[in-house]
Design a protein around this ligand. Structure first.
Ligand code: SAH
Length: 219
């Protein structure tokens, strides 16, 4: 088992480099983010049966009707969130398998991540532990409520799509903080970048996207 995983890890360096090249061609400019993609073993975040497809630029199933996001989207959202700088605190809604979380952990002092499906969260926690990420805190909960205890956050990233921006998340954003969120019904979702200013909130549309819906309550 151990030997198999290492085998995949070693032979995959070339495919990881190729994936980073693809993302650069698609418009990702931050070399730090491309490095993070190159150095993160995405195959450890999917079932072994799908490991050989882990470095394709595509979303893959992770069980419970959920998916690991497409690497381009992970890179695009991270780039929009960090905007060139390191952040003190990041809140992520929708841990899923934890891949986006570990990419974020390279750019934030602390990453707080919430997931409503406990079984997915447990697996993600194991991965954080195995890969020795010590700056990630996890919680089983409903992202619609955010995580008030550590608010305000410099960055909030939502990886499931609500039909509108939850007011609670806007409240938990620091002044000058950035919220990246896909909003809308399946088939017509827009990725929004919302920046909090002294006066209020500034909204920018980034892309058309396709995310699983953000649900109410815990699973
Ligand atoms: N970033 C993840 C994407 C997972 S898909 C990855 O790369 O793997 C979106 C995740 O959001 C799913 O795991 C889903 O269970 C979770 N989710 C949906 N609604 C939620 C809510 N209200 N609160 C917390 N998590 C939610």
């Amino acid at each position: 088992m151990q030997i198999d995983l290492q085998g995949i890890g070693m032979t995959s360096q070339r495919s990881r480099n190729r994936l980073a090249d693809t993302l650069r061609e698609m418009g990702i400019q931050s070399e730090c983010i491309l490095d993070a993609i190159r150095n993160t073993p995405r195959h450890l975040f999917v079932d072994e049966a799908l490991a050989s497809r882990a470095y394709e630029n595509t979303a893959l199933p992770i069980g419970y009707n959920q998916t690991i996001s497409q690497p381009y989207i992970v890179a695009r959202m991270t780039e929009a969130l960090i905007s060139g700088g390191r952040l003190q605190s990041i809140l992520e809604i929708g841990t899923g398998c934890g891949y986006q979380t570990v990419i974020l952990a390279r750019f934030g002092e602390k990453v707080y991540t919430l997931e409503r499906i406990d079984a997915l969260l447990s697996k993600a926690r194991e991965r954080f532990y195995t890969l020795r990420y010590r700056n990630i805190r996890t919680r089983h909960g409903d992202g619609n409520e955010g995580w008030p205890q550590y608010a305000p956050y410099d960055g909030i990233i939502v990886t499931a799509a609500p039909t509108g921006v939850p007011a609670t998340l806007l409240q938990q954003l620091a002044v000058n903080g950035r919220l990246i969120i896909p909003v809308g019904k399946p088939g017509e979702q827009t990725l929004l970048l919302i920046t909090r200013t002294d006066e209020g909130y500034h909204e920018q549309r980034l892309d058309w996207v396709s995310f699983v819906p953000m649900l109410e309550g815990i699973g």
